[in-house]
Ligand binder design. Structure first.
Ligand SMILES: NC(=O)c1ccc[n+]([C@@H]2O[C@H](COP(=O)([O-])OP(=O)(O)OC[C@H]3O[C@@H](n4cnc5c(N)ncnc54)[C@H](O)[C@@H]3O)[C@@H](O)[C@H]2O)c1
Ligand SMILES: [Zn+2]
Ligand SMILES: [Zn+2]
Length: 445
């Protein structure tokens, strides 16, 4: 039995805690009790390790008085969805509807939803927050204490994250928005109205990527004049590069190994790149970064890749044999590259335990290693929306494809292979408005 299912069975045997104030394990309206509304819809579901499929399921319905049913007009695929596809994040069940970044039109509201009305355009945050617990009071929505009652996560981490859309039973078990309709618990907390001058294609990315990249930069503490190195040139890394410069960084260096660096050179010409696949004998990312930064290294380093991407055989086998869940190679590389008393942030997803961690370098050289956490979207999304309105940020810069929900299973595999020059996609549904100016042309698969 795959680890993902074993963890789910264990959770079912132990049982959830009683902290959640919203129903858990509603990942598919047809398998959760009392969750199916009238009529059917299309949705993308996880069907097993490395397998997703488009399915036809019942539409969701209002289950609690603060629910909103959203008619989806836009969603996307995130690097985080690959951790689900690969089964790295545990406790997925066959038929779970995925997707944690989406926007749409309010279709139905529960009796206690006061701030939203039918027909309003909104974007959802990837996390589900209650709006008034210890963390929610500080807008640290990703750590809400009332929306996820998973026991294994609590035991393994010594605390839990908030519930999340389309992100396994490990984070509460909620159906995601890679579908035509989604149920949003605590709708007036977890949906942000979009003004008329912001099209879906720009507003959508407030769900996750913009807030995550912004958080990576401010939480790791990028300051005026800093040299910043970023591992992973995906959408999160690219926006973190933009935001570092906006926060006063004097230079940004992005590290990756594929065509994404060409994309960066093309669209972000003010950012320097380091392709680790072209390093010569005796060279390393660390030696190269020292060379590029006064023989000391960058002031700040940010990990925007993930712990599942081993570089060498040793970690590849240790992970395959279950001796660790995440490689320490990227973190060690960040630590040894960064100047003494510099700061390192981890935003790429790590799920468990790692071997061969270079604690000596961390301690002796005074490196501040910061787990950025799942980003608290509610802390930032209003100010980032304002920055989009003011033209300070253009989210379309990282978008390469516009696709249809009907093709999303095929798109997942393309996205995984980084084929067709694909990175951030905009997924339209039959409810979407015509493409806005600057959107890529629709591509069918
Ligand atoms: N903390 C949060 O709240 C949060 C939110 C969203 C995404 N994430 C995570 O952020 C990470 C980046 O997201 P994304 O959508 O940009 O993902 P992505 O998969 O599109 O991009 C990741 C990039 O990392 C590169 N990479 C892999 N191994 C590398 C290495 N050894 N050195 C340098 N680069 C390497 C890949 O080539 C790829 O271009 C993912 O792990 C995602 O799960 C975290
Ligand atoms: Zn995401
Ligand atoms: Zn809360």
């Amino acid at each position: 039995m795959a680890m993902s299912q074993a963890a789910l069975k264990a959770e079912q045997a132990i049982g959830h805690s009683d902290n959640a104030t919203t129903v858990q394990d509603v990942t598919n309206p047809d398998t959760a009790p009392n969750a199916a509304g009238e009529g059917t819809m299309k949705a993308l579901a996880w069907m097993g390790k490395n397998k997703v499929e488009m399915i036809e399921v019942s539409k969701p319905k209002i289950m609690e008085p603060r629910d909103v049913i959203l008619k989806i007009t836009g969603s996307t695929v995130c690097g985080s969805d690959l951790h689900l596809l690969h089964g790295t994040v545990v406790e997925l069940q066959k038929g779970d509807i995925l997707g944690h970044e989406f926007c749409g039109i309010v279709d139905e509201v529960g009796s206690e939803v006061k701030k939203l009305r039918k027909g309003q355009r909104v974007v959802a945050s990837f996390q589900i927050a209650c709006g008034n617990c210890y963390y929610c009071d500080q807008k640290l929505s990703s750590q809400c204490e009332k929306t996820n009652s998973n026991t294994i996560e609590n035991a393994m981490y010594g605390g839990r994250t908030a519930g999340m859309f389309g992100y396994s039973h490990f984070t509460g078990g909620f159906a995601g928005g890679q579908s035509e309709y989604t149920r949003v618990p605590y709708g007036d907390v977890n949906l942000l109205p979009l003004p008329d001058n912001i099209p879906d294609e720009k507003g959508l990315y407030l769900s996750d990527v913009l807030c995550t990249s912004w958080h990576a930069v401010v939480d790791t503490g990028v300051k005026k004049g800093d040299v910043v190195a970023i591992w992973g040139a995906g959408p999160i890394g690219q926006m973190a590069a933009e935001f570092s410069l906006l926060n006063g960084a004097s230079r940004v260096i992005m590290i990756d190994q594929n065509w994404r660096l060409d994309f960066v050179k093309d669209r972000y010409p003010h950012v320097d790149t380091l392709d680790f696949s072209t390093l010569g004998k005796g060279e390393s990312v660390t030696s190269k970064l020292k060379e590029m930064c006064n023989n000391r290294g960058p002031d700040v380093s940010i990990e925007c890749a993930a712990g599942e991407y081993a570089k060498g055989w040793a970690h590849y086998f240790e992970m395959m044999l279950g001796l660790e869940t995440d490689t320490s190679e990227l973190i060690n590389e960040m630590i040894t590259s960064t100047r003494n008393f510099g700061r390192c942030g981890i935003t790429g997803v790590y799920v468990g335990f790692t071997n061969h961690f270079n604690i000596g370098s961390l301690m002796e050289r005074g490196i501040r290693l910061i787990g950025n956490g799942q980003a608290p979207v509610h802390l930032y999304w209003e100010s980032l929306l304002k920055m989009i309105e003011d033209g300070q940020i253009d989210p379309l810069k990282m978008v390469t494809h516009r696709v249809r929900l009907e093709d999303l299973d095929k798109v997942y595999y393309k996205f995984e292979e980084k084929a067709d020059g694909m990175q951030k996609v905009y997924v339209e549904t039959k409810f979407s408005a015509p493409a806005c100016e600057g959107s890529p042309e629709l591509k069918r698969y």
